[in-house]
Ligand binder design. Structure first.
Ligand code: PEP
Ligand code: MG
Length: 754
């Protein structure tokens, strides 16, 4: 059974369009458990009905034509109950209704299972049979398993857009797709689809005009691939046995296959660009090979994919330079990455939408830092059909509107304009102090990771750097940067802000932050070799970094050193020992520098409970709310499946922050917060009420946080904390605080418009 399941899922995964996917599914299901009829219905929420998408055992030509209201018939009942319904005599059930167009009245036995993705019903899978009988447990389990797999596939983009295809996506009907709010603001613009280079699975469709040119590009890529393979063959001639070299001949014969080439060219002639035509035909062929019983032939599918990727890479080396960005670009992708975002000229980009990822993915952090509205985890997004289309991104509510009507476009343009005015007004706050009306100073600092972050931070009026992520310069190199290289980076940073303080965090890699030249393979990276654990195990890397920081602070003395991912006292003691060693060395070498202030990041539950002892070892603490939320709530910060559970206003997170602030204040030490929470308007009020001493955030958020601080007294913030502290749900806490922001006239910070 498992093999059958695997085969079905694999085939479905690789199918190209909705008809193919669903037809394949119903066909394979009916064959593998020998039932006479199998059908799949997709939920169309716009019209509140299910649409018969594919069937076997029904009359010809009904697919795509029958609709069943959400509360109609047995199919509707499966949807309402969200559980399997197994009937031997379906026609005796009070909810029985048959659709004469399908010819299904002859079937007595009925088994329907819901297809559910992340609590959301996406369709119904049904099997039927003439002979009245209850389907056995194995058959029910099989169907439930298939439907669970299918749900993920439908919702996770492999066939994204296909539901819309059936629901006339191309008819320009306005659709709302929900994701996770990742960077506030609204953007309206033209979609540019981005995708991984040389990845056949993610190549979008594009319409081209110059067919002969496209065919020429394709033929050139094919010829280049041939040369590549011949070169490989030659290189390995001495190493491989003659029969092993046949592999390359097999490759070459696939490349020379006339039908493969002709099929691809035929698609190009229909005005599809070459990478898509290649994807479509290769996938179709792969699919055929994989369906074969013969193991040897099945393996040929792998060769074909490999070849396809090679041709694609050669094609892309011709085509990538052609990418141009419209004035108002909205970057859309299955998985948009930080580097894809970085490639778009900043003045052209007005929004980012990614089908995968969450508000804490690096691209989301970057989007917030750049002030670009972003929605992540929009899994229902028909990514590959959006190229060149007009869409709206609402980063406040995590929504994307495709094919917006004229009036919606006008409304959102107005909101975007108002927002621009609001932020232009906020920039006037630059010279003003971050001080509450009742006289409490809360220094606002910037987070940084690149030298390019320095200018925006200074422009925004940052009172120093509260978190400099040193892993960023490490990540953009192809080896560990040496002491001198690091010294130059840190020196520039410290000089730019002197005499203001700059908190440099020691290398924090592991988890989702990987160095290309230092791969770490782990089953559970977030609970593994991360942050201080890595650097303590590699004093040769750690000491070089500490020495570079200390030397850079010579004569300026505005450095603060901070250790990430601290989970035990011993780690702080060891880190401090190495820092003292580095300091002695630097002094001995003739660079006079004061011993810097030291701090720990509080981002692991054990650090919360040991905050008091930790604080006795160092000068300050900084709460890393991103990781603290992740570890307290056991919610992966990058996983879209659980993204809706990630909320730093969860009562447990607020409780932990209170413990840390109180513990630090008992010892007269200061606490700052440098996670994304510091830029979240509702959270800022709570932090103020809890007595936070300093906040550090991306430069773009700084003016609006200053605006809040200048409008909320500590007394009012404390009162608001009292009002929410016993609420059970993050949602209620947020609502209460956002109402307070609206009442104070600051609603423009949490929704579109002024
Ligand atoms: C945090 O965890 O909140 C933090 C600031 O560190 P990073 O996001 O770099 O892990
Ligand atoms: Mg962290």
């Amino acid at each position: 059974m498992l093999n059958v399941l695997r085969q079905i899922v694999q085939e479905v995964n690789e199918a190209q369009d909705l008809q193919e996917v669903l037809h394949l599914m119903v066909k394979r299901v009916s064959e593998s458990i020998s039932v006479e009829a199998c059908s799949v219905y997709l939920a169309d929420r716009r019209h509140n009905h299910f649409l018969l998408a594919a069937s076997v055992g029904f009359l010809e030509g009904v697919d795509g034509k029958i609709t069943i209201g959400f509360s109609e018939g047995l199919v509707g009942l499966v949807g309402e109950r969200e559980e399997p319904i197994n009937l031997s005599h379906a026609n005796q059930h009070p909810r029985y209704r048959y659709y004469p167009e399908t010819g299904e009245e002859k079937y007595q036995a009925f088994l329907g299972v819901p297809i559910i993705h992340q609590r959301r019903l996406v369709g119904i899978l049904v099997i039927q049979q003439r002979e009245p009988r209850r389907f056995d447990e194995g058959e029910v389990a099989f169907l439930v398993t298939i439907s669970a797999q299918l749900a993920g596939i439908i919702a996770h983009g492999q066939i994204a857009g296909m539901v819309d295809e059936l629901s006339n996506f191309d008819n320009q009907i306005h659709t709302t797709i929900r994701g996770v709010p990742a960077a506030s603001g609204v953007g309206i613009g033209e979609v540019v689809v981005v995708y991984k280079q040389a990845d056949l699975d993610t190549v979008p469709d594009r319409i081209i005009e110059d067919v002969p040119h496209e065919i020429m590009q394709f033929e050139k890529a094919l010829a280049d691939t041939r040369t590549d393979i011949e070169r490989l063959k030659l290189r390995l001639e001495k190493t491989l046995l003659p029969e092993e070299q046949n592999l390359f001949d097999a490759y070459l014969s696939i490349l020379d296959s006339k039908s493969l080439k002709a099929d691809i060219i035929e698609l190009i002639e229909e005005k599809h660009w070459a990478p898509y035509a290649l994807r479509k035909i290769i996938k179709r062929q792969v699919h055929k090979f994989e369906a074969m019983e013969d193991l040897y032939l099945r393996e040929r599918a792998t060769d074909l994919i490999d070849l396809g990727q090679r041709v694609l890479a050669n094609l892309q080396s011709e085509t990538t330079t052609l990418q141009t960005y419209p004035q108002q670009t909205i970057l859309v992708g299955d998985e948009v990455t930080a580097s894809m975002l970085a490639e778009v000229p900043q003045e052209s980009i007005v929004g980012v939408v990614s089908a995968k990822g969450s508000a804490n993915s690096h691209v989301a952090i970057l989007a917030r830092a750049m002030g670009i509205p972003a929605v992540m985890g929009a899994s229902g997004l028909p990514v590959y059909k959006l190229e060149g289309k007009c869409i709206i991104v609402d980063g406040y509510n995590g929504e994307v509107f495709t094919s917006p009507s004229q009036s919606m476009q006008i409304e959102f343009l107005r909101l975007a304009e108002e927002e621009k005015e609001l932020y232009a007004g906020l920039s006037e706050l630059r010279e003003l102090r971050a001080e509450t009306p009742d006289g409490m100073r809360i220094p606002l600092c910037a987070n940084a990771g690149l030298v390019a972050d320095i200018r925006p931070a200074l422009q925004a009026g940052a009172e120093g750097v509260g978190l400099y992520r040193t892993e960023v310069p490490f990540m953009i190199r192809d080896r560990f940067p040496g002491e001198e290289e690091q010294y130059l980076i840190y020196r520039q940073l410290l000089e730019s802000f002197a005499p203001k303080q700059v908190t440099i965090r020691t290398l924090d890699v592991g988890g989702d932050k990987m160095l290309p030249y230092f791969p770490i393979e782990e089953d559970n990276p977030y609970l593994g070799w991360r942050g201080i654990r890595v650097t303590l195990d590699h004093p040769e890397i750690f000491l070089v970094q500490l020495r570079a920081m200390l030397r850079a602070s010579s004569g300026l003395n505005n450095l603060r050193v901070m250790f990430p991912m601290i989970s035990s006292i011993q780690e702080v003691e060891e880190a401090l020992r190495l820092l003292r060693q580095a300091h002695r060395e630097v002094i001995d070498e003739g660079s006079p520098v004061l011993f810097p202030q030291t701090g720990v990041m509080i981002e692991v539950p054990s650090a919360v409970y040991q905050a008091r002892s930790l604080m006795s070892k160092v000068d300050f603490a900084s709460i890393g709310s991103n990781d603290l939320t992740q570890y307290l709530l056991a919610v992966d910060r990058n996983n879209p499946y659980v993204a809706s559970m990630f909320d730093s206003l969860h009562p447990a997170v607020i409780g932990a922050i209170k413990v840390v602030i109180d513990a630090a204040h008992l010892q007269n030490k200061k606490v700052s917060l440098c996670g994304e929470m510091a830029g979240d308007p509702a959270a800022v009020i709570i932090l103020l009420g809890l007595g936070i001493d300093m906040l550090s955030m991306n430069a773009h958020s700084l003016p609006r946080v200053k605006w809040i601080i200048r409008n909320f007294t500590v007394a009012r913030a404390k009162q608001l904390f009292e009002e929410v502290k016993d609420l059970d749900h993050a949602r209620d806490i947020r609502q209460h605080l956002e109402k307070a922001l609206e009442d104070a006239g600051l609603g423009g910070l949490i929704r579109a418009g002024k």
